[in-house]
Design a protein around this ligand. Sequence first.
Ligand code: SF4
Length: 370
Amino acid sequence: MMSFTQFLQTVSTETLKRRSDGVTASTIASILSRNTLSIEDFYLLLSDGASGMLEEMAQKARSVTRKQFGNSIFLFTPLYISNICDNHCPYCSFAKQHSIVRKHLSLDEIKQEADSIAAKGIRHILVLTGESRRSASPEYIRSAVEILRERFSSITIEVYALTSDEYKMLIDAGVDGLTIYQETYNRELFKSLHSGGPKADYDFRINAPQRAAEAGMRNVALGALYGLDDWRMEAFVSGLHAYYLQNKFPSLEVSVSFPRLRPQAGEFSTAHIVSDRQFVQMLAATRLFLPYAGVTLSTRESKRFRSAVLPIGITKISAGVSTAVGGHSGDSSTAQFEIADSRSVLQVKSDLLQEGFQPVMHDWNYAYVR
Ligand code: SF4
């Protein structure tokens, strides 16, 4: 079976770059008049030449989103269960070299955190760990899932890349979703940012969503971390990754996300800041290329910005968030990054209703197949 990296080699970015040089407003208007976009169309929508047509792109993306997803917005909350990490990612507070408050929840502490989140009405949980097999082993994650499945109807994991057998074990325990970010699709940059830890294997990570799908995962979410490299290329390759998986696994629900770097422990700074306009361009371009894909928006973004971009293509948002281990019930630890939207679940629900959206707590698709 062709892997995603093999598929990528069939796409000539050199040719696409040459074509994007001549992009005009009428090229973009012609793309926007079509219902199905090609890979080349997607590339051109992300180009500098398309930035003058942002309003038209956003309007079309808004109407495509409403047609496919109505006014529903799924809510979820992340649950950090361990921040011990063997990697040195310079953009993350949990990196091994940082002197932070480390915490690894016992199963009793996981129950407390889960009860506290469930009491707010949340039914979809995202479980996160640092990347350390010796601390947060697959068996530890499975034990956490066994606790969570009693309280939540949908469980997604955001942990280090696993083998197919490990994904299968967690699916059997009750996991239905995988979130995994490639951080950067630029292989050389990835190597330089992740040397010296288990995350260094670019191919093992990039093929994780495919392994999970082959193991029977119902949904996968992927993307890059924006701020590490050129946003246009990262958004393009993320979109192709989702496109590849949708074609390869027609029953798989595929989502993308565009997390922008936030302040964290350490001194990492970026030369690749993504502006709000650029964010809107990649969101609209991705929605138009992938009309059926879910798009998640996290509390890395402010309330104001989240409200502004919700109609353009977002289908799922987090609420009542803490990025610290133990942040929902007990003594907390160092947060992974600073959040920009600290609204409670109740506040987010009420704001969504006021903005004309229907907050959805329970994913009935998965509740019935359990
Ligand atoms: S991004 Fe993940 S792997 Fe890297 S330091 Fe943070 S928790 Fe560890």
